[in-house]
Design a protein. Sequence first.
Lengths: 143, 143
Amino acid sequence: MEGFLRSFMQVYRPLVTKLNDILAAYQLSYSHWQVIYYLKVEGRSTLADISAHYRVERPSITRRVQRLEELDIIEVVPSENRREKNIQLTEYGNEVYQKSRQAITELEYSLAEGLTKQEQDFVRHTLRKLQQNLISKEGNKFE
Amino acid sequence: MEGFLRSFMQVYRPLVTKLNDILAAYQLSYSHWQVIYYLKVEGRSTLADISAHYRVERPSITRRVQRLEELDIIEVVPSENRREKNIQLTEYGNEVYQKSRQAITELEYSLAEGLTKQEQDFVRHTLRKLQQNLISKEGNKFE
DNA sequence: AGGTAATAGTTAACTAAGGTAATTAAAGGG
DNA sequence: CCCTTTAATTACCTTAGTTAACTATTACCT
């Protein structure tokens, strides 16, 4: 696996840059997209949910959410437990999701150019494995 | 390739964190490692070389190098062209390289757990391809 | 029920890392 | 010899994360 880290890290930067370029259309960047995506898939959620899922500390999530609130992409909905803050996508937020989804999917396709279907499946499979190897060797403060 | 970006980005953070933990032993982080690695492989170089190789703007490289200089990991060597700054690893810098190299290689091994040799080769191959796809679709201000 | 402990969210302060724009110094070319 | 280009630097801004400390609310346990 020697050289793997080098390759991986060199893919990272141009990739985020491209993603951020796409999301700049809505004054967002990739970290905000993660929240939007989560809410699209999971529906109404708390900040703690999102924090746990992405393994990102809560203050970071607070900031992402504040931005999304300002932009009317998400809204707060009342919850029984007054300690937690339930949020969900607004109508406009759904719109932003749809539009960005398209652009991001296109990016994914363009990345996959020159890779066979099998290869693509394999990459996903491997990444998931790497992620597990990484997480299992962590302090696991999130579990 | 749908879902690829998501997986990729979720591997990234724990990975850098681990790398930074390793390098923290020398008050460094991964971005500094890149410079050390480059100097180890290429020998005496200029900041412009490093900037071009990693596709990172020069001010960023200046900062990385300043840190490494402070820590006596690199040293400036006189060059004919007084406009460029030639740098190379010091003896201590080589030591830091060796020690970190070990730890990083171990990390790579532990990541590769559960992947066959073939799979590992394939991951590297694919990452390189992705990198090319990304770069070829860029403004290519570095070429 | 009442007091303590845990949890959700926030704020503040810090760190890492990058980018652009402007500046300085040196080199090169007509 | 002047003008342009190039290498490095500085200053300033942005993204994104972390830890520590605080508030409010809920849960637990005697």
